[in-house]
Design a binder for this molecule. Structure first.
Ligand SMILES: Nc1ncnc2c1ncn2[C@@H]1O[C@H](COP(=O)(O)OP(=O)(O)OP(=O)(O)O)[C@@H](O)[C@H]1O
Ligand code: SF4
Ligand SMILES: [Mg+2]
Length: 318
């Protein structure tokens, strides 16, 4: 994905004579995900993670930029070609309850995409394969005839995952797949996603707030702030040798299990305003909250530049 820029028009009112305003949700974002790996995407609420994920899946049209899948430019794909792509690129949602039709039983829910894509003609035809998928996702066969409301959050997320993997996608955007779940069952669902990756060779973009979950599952991690990637590196580098002051601040807020370490650690509390997405500053977008800010930061925007073979950061000072 290169130079992806996504703007949302908002708030036009001819009656009030107001100008069309634009939310600068994603600005000039470039990154790639290698086949079979998990790229974690983390950052505060509103930083543009979901918008980026949806654009890669071609559910939002970018204003500028190129999206490539298996090396092919898919930015303009439409019609039959887009339908074909959708089969290979799936989305797992944060809230499996909202994304599962409450009037369909599990069999219908998991069979639906298979029928839409012409793999099976009817739910009955698909039944055996659906039972296999349910088992693969840790659900027993007797779940097939029940409805979403009968399940816990973790089980519902397993149903959502079974629905996503039925078409054997190569790539899945998992958008906060465990954020709505109890802490005690998050690890189980993350482990399921990892097992499926091992079995089926799926590539993930794993979006999450929780940096400890991201650390567990990702091979590489990208940090997003106010619509831009500010740092991207292999997992251990991000967690052990972060460069960007925003990454440092995010990491400093993860609780450490050892109380002695927790006491000794310096927690960076960010103050200052998050930039206005309607009128983002022309310099570094983190300048209003950055403890290291300098004159230059307000004037010129730092671009993501390589610091080692596997590490890019966007900062004038670091
Ligand atoms: N359809 C839309 N219309 C207008 N603005 C939007 C729309 N979708 C997203 N935005 C705005 O774009 C920005 C990025 O939103 P996005 O949902 O991608 O953030 P996020 O990082 O996924 O946040 P969260 O962690 O809360 O899910 C936000 O300012 C949001 O308000
Ligand atoms: S460019 Fe300046 S304001 Fe931006 S993160 Fe670096 S030091 Fe902070
Ligand atoms: Mg989101």
């Amino acid at each position: 994905m290169d130079h992806l820029t996504i703007h949302f028009p908002v708030g036009r009112s001819r009656l009030l004579g107001r100008q069309q305003q634009v939310v600068h949700a994603v600005e000039d974002v470039s990154f790639s995900i290698n086949r079979g790996e998990t790229l974690g995407l983390a950052g505060e609420s509103g930083s543009g993670k979901t918008t980026t994920g949806r654009a890669i899946l071609r559910r939002i049209d970018p204003k500028r930029g190129t999206i490539r899948f298996r090396g092919r430019d898919i930015t303009q794909s439409s019609g039959q070609a887009l339908r074909h792509l959708r089969r290979h690129m799936q989305l797992v949602f944060q809230d499996p309850y909202a994304s599962l039709n409450p009037r369909m039983n599990v069999l219908d829910l998991v069979a639906e995409p298979l029928i839409v894509h012409g793999i099976y003609n009817s739910t009955d035809d698909a039944r055996e394969y659906v039972l296999e998928l349910l088992e693969q996702c840790g659900l027993s066969a007797d779940t097939a005839d029940r409805f979403p409301h009968a399940f816990s959050g973790g089980q519902r997320q397993r149903i959502g995952i079974a629905r996503a993997i039925g078409l054997r996608p190569e790539f899945i955007v998992a958008d906060e797949p465990v954020s709505a779940l109890d802490v005690s069952i998050r690890a189980q669902v993350v482990n399921l996603l990892q097992d499926l990756q091992d079995e089926l060779g799926i590539t993930y973009l794993f979006i999450a707030h929780d940096l400890s979950v991201v650390r567990h599952i990702s091979n590489r991690v990208a940090i997003m702030y106010a619509g831009q990637i500010v740092e991207i590196a292999d997992r251990d580098t991000i967690y052990e040798r972060p460069l960007h002051p925003y990454t440092e601040a995010l990491l400093s807020s993860i609780p450490v299990p050892n109380p002695q370490l927790q006491r000794d650690r310096r927690r960076i509390v960010l103050s200052g305003e998050i930039p206005d997405t309607l009128e983002p500053p022309s310099g570094c977008r983190f300048a209003s909250r950055c403890p290291l800010v300098e004159e230059r930061c307000h004037v010129e925007m730092p671009s993501l530049s390589p610091r080692s073979e596997t590490h890019d950061a966007a900062c004038w000072v670091r």
